[in-house]
Design a protein around this ligand. Structure first.
Ligand code: FMN
Length: 193
C-alpha cells in the first residue's frame, strides 16, 4: 500500500480538459487496489506568485502552499499531470513549485543543498499531454522541459526515481485512443507506478 499524491497541474478547472480525466483514471486505479491517495487540483488553489528571494527564503507561506507541503511530505509517490504550454509546464504550475519548494522545506535550510529537505526518497511520475506527437517532442525538442523538471527541480529536492508518460497528439486522437490512454493511467495507478 503506497501513499500517493496526485497533483493535477492543469490551471483550467474546465472538466473537459483531458488532464483531469487522466488524473482521475490514475486515482481510480490506485484507490481501487488499496493505495491511499490524495488529489490536489492546481485550479482550486489560491496563492500569489513569488517575487523575491527574501519571500522565497523567509516570507510567510500561504495557507494553500502549507497544505500542499504537508501532502508532499506525507506522500511516498507523487504524480504530476500537466499540459505542455509553450514548450514547458504552465506558468501557474511553475509558480506553485516555486512556492512549495522553499529552502526550509525542500532543501533543509537556506542554502540550496540537493536532497537536503523533506522530500528525499519520494518517487514520482510525470504525465504530460501535448498537441504535437510525443515522438516530435522527444526527438526534435529532446523533451527539454520534461528533463528540466526532472533534473533541475525534482532531483534537486531529492525526488527520484522519476518516470514519465508523454501523451502526444491529444487533440487529434480518436475517442478510442483517448480511452486507451485513460486505461493505461488506470493500470499505472493500480501499480502505484
Ligand atoms: C497556452 C497553450 C500553449 C500550448 N503550447 C503547446 C506547445 O508548446 N506544444 C504543444 O505540443 N502543444 C501545446 N499546446 C496544446 C496543449 O498541450 C494541449 O491542448 C493539451 O495538452 C491538451 O490537454 P488538456 O485537454 O488537458 O488541456 C498548448 C495549448 C495552450 C492552451
Amino acid at each position: 500500500m503506497t501513499r500517493i499524491l496526485i497533483l493535477d497541474g492543469h490551471p483550467d478547472p474546465d472538466p473537459a480538459r483531458y488532464c483531469h480525466a487522466l488524473a482521475a483514471s490514475y486515482a481510480q486505479g490506485a484507490a481501487g487496489t488499496g493505495h491511499v491517495i490524495h488529489r490536489t487540483n492546481l485550479s482550486d488553489l489560491d496563492f500569489p506568485d513569488l517575487r523575491s528571494r527574501s519571500d522565497w527564503e523567509e516570507g510567510p507561506t500561504p495557507a494553500a502552499i502549507l497544505a500542499l507541503q504537508d501532502q508532499l511530505a506525507w506522500a511516498e509517490h507523487i504524480v504530476i499531470v500537466y499540459p505542455l504550454w509553450l514548450g514547458g509546464m504552465p506558468a501557474r504550475l511553475k509558480a506553485l513549485l516555486e512556492q512549495a519548494f522553499r529552502p526550509a522545506f525542500a532543501f533543509g535550510g537556506k542554502a540550496v543543498s540537493p536532497g537536503g529537505g523533506k522530500l528525499k526518497g519520494r518517487s514520482a511520475r510525470i504525465v504530460v499531454t501535448m498537441g504535437m506527437p510525443a515522438a516530435a517532442y522527444r526527438v526534435f525538442y529532446f523533451a527539454h522541459s520534461l528533463r528540466s523538471l526532472k533534473r533541475n527541480i525534482l532531483a534537486l529536492v531529492g525526488i527520484g526515481p522519476v518516470r514519465d508518460t508523454i501523451i502526444g497528439a491529444v487533440e487529434t486522437r480518436s475517442d478510442e485512443s483517448r480511452k486507451r490512454c485513460l486505461q493505461r493511467l488506470r493500470r499505472m495507478g493500480e501499480q502505484a507506478a
